[in-house]
Write a protein that binds this ligand. Structure first.
Ligand SMILES: *Cc1c(COP(=O)(O)O)cnc(C)c1O
Length: 374
């Protein structure tokens, strides 16, 4: 049984997007093209981590990256064989899966270095890891201005092998921000400090999707795209000519059509009042499916090839759209994200309508929505 509201995930589009990124890197890299660490955290941005990671592995990804150990274990257990980088802080985690499932941890604090080093020593292994440098995002990572004090215990730990150093940008998608340049400079200084501390030749990575499109100088040995692989160009760089296409579409079907008289309200709160006779269609998808309540009065769906405004209240399992003047019937396809006829609604549009970022729209797509892969 399949509910009417489904997310179709086009793995061929995902692979084509991967190839588009790989071709850009191969064409424009000054030296050997960087490897691609494909980011599949948060259930692959709502697309389904296992099928997405397997497809990216087939497409040739060097590595995939997860937010935490639990996500990484799910991928290993589903048969993903390429290296898996874990981004998150591990200082308070159960680390055994790092060893049993061959994960590559990020060391982002002296505490994590101790915990991972002790765990590796107890198992008699030398653990390859990536070190995270905080160059100005002020989230995880060794502070860039304190490395001479904090890195030596990590660098000299006999059970840890630093194979890469990385950082993450705060403003890669804002072409007017100067913090990006500052972070680049601090990162290069941090890598120089690592070398001076006896850790030469570590691989470097810094570029998420926006940074990758913004500046070739930050490609280094690896890049870490997420959003771009899902076919969504970062907002401020949406004009960038990289031929990616959206991987996910979200569709449903009309379950009821009815007339509303002038002066009658629609939905909870009775805040929307029909100014004239209206025809509304009921769509079985609501905020439990990740459709934000703020879409009411702001968002649209496509039905019969036309844009229909979402009116009334978005409720838990349903929303209502204005189809006045359009011959809509129960069973008609409704597109919430994707194309119908010559119209399309993309994730950027839905995100802008409710004042958020495309990432949030995708990640919030509910667990109740079946993902169909082709
Ligand atoms: C999520 C994430 C990425 C990918 O970011 P996109 O903007 O989706 O390309 C890269 N690096 C880190 C550390 C991340 O957390």
């Amino acid at each position: 049984m399949v509910r009417p509201t489904v997310a179709r995930v086009d793995l061929a589009a995902l692979k084509a997007n991967y190839r588009a990124v790989a071709e850009l890197l191969a064409r424009d890299a000054p030296g050997p093209p960087p490897g691609i660490i494909a980011v599949v955290k948060a259930n692959a941005y709502g697309h389904g981590a296992v099928p997405v990671a397997r497809a990216l592995e087939e497409a040739g990804a060097t590595m995939v990256a997860c937010a935490d150990i639990e996500e990484a274990v799910t991928l290993r257990e589903a048969g993903v064989r390429i290296p898996i980088l874990v981004f998150g802080a591990l200082s308070i985690s159960d680390l055994s899966a790092v060893f049993t499932h061959r994960l590559v941890p990020t060391v982002s604090s002296p505490g994590a270095a101790r915990a991972l080093g002790d765990a590796a020593a107890a198992r008699g292994v030398r653990l390859p890891c990536h070190v995270k440098i905080d160059t100005g995002l002020n989230r995880l990572g060794f502070r860039h201005d304190n490395l001479w004090r904090t890195l030596p215990p990590l660098v000299s730990h006999p059970s840890l092998e630093i194979v890469a150093a990385y950082t993450h940008f705060a403003t890669a998608d804002d072409p007017t921000s100067h913090l990006f340049e500052t972070q680049c400079r601090r990162f290069l200084q941090a890598v120089a400090a690592l070398e001076a501390l006896g850790c030469p030749g570590v691989a470097r990575h810094a570029a998420n999707s926006a940074a990758l499109l913004r500046d070739r100088r930050v490609w280094f040995e690896f890049v870490r795209p997420g959003l771009l692989l899902y076919g969504v160009a970062p907002p401020a760089l949406a004009g960038t000519p990289l031929p990616v296409r959206p991987v996910l579409s979200l569709t449903s079907r009309v379950v009821a059509v009815k007339g509303v008289r002038p002066g009658e309200s629609i939905g909870y709160g009775a805040r929307f009042v029909a100014p004239a006779p209206l025809t509304i269609a009921v769509v079985p998808a609501g905020y439990a499916d990740g459709l934000d309540r703020r879409l009411a009065g702001r968002g649209h769906v496509l039905v019969r090839g036309r844009r229909a405004p979402i009116i009334g209240a978005v409720s838990m399992d349903m929303l209502t759209v204005d189809v006045t003047g359009c011959p809509v019937a129960p069973g008609d396809e409704v597109v919430l994200l994707g194309a119908q006829g010559s119209e399309r609604i993309d994730v950027q549009e839905m995100a802008a309508a409710i004042g958020t970022v495309p990432y949030e729209v995708l990640c919030r797509l509910g667990a109740r929505i079946e993902r169909i892969y082709n």
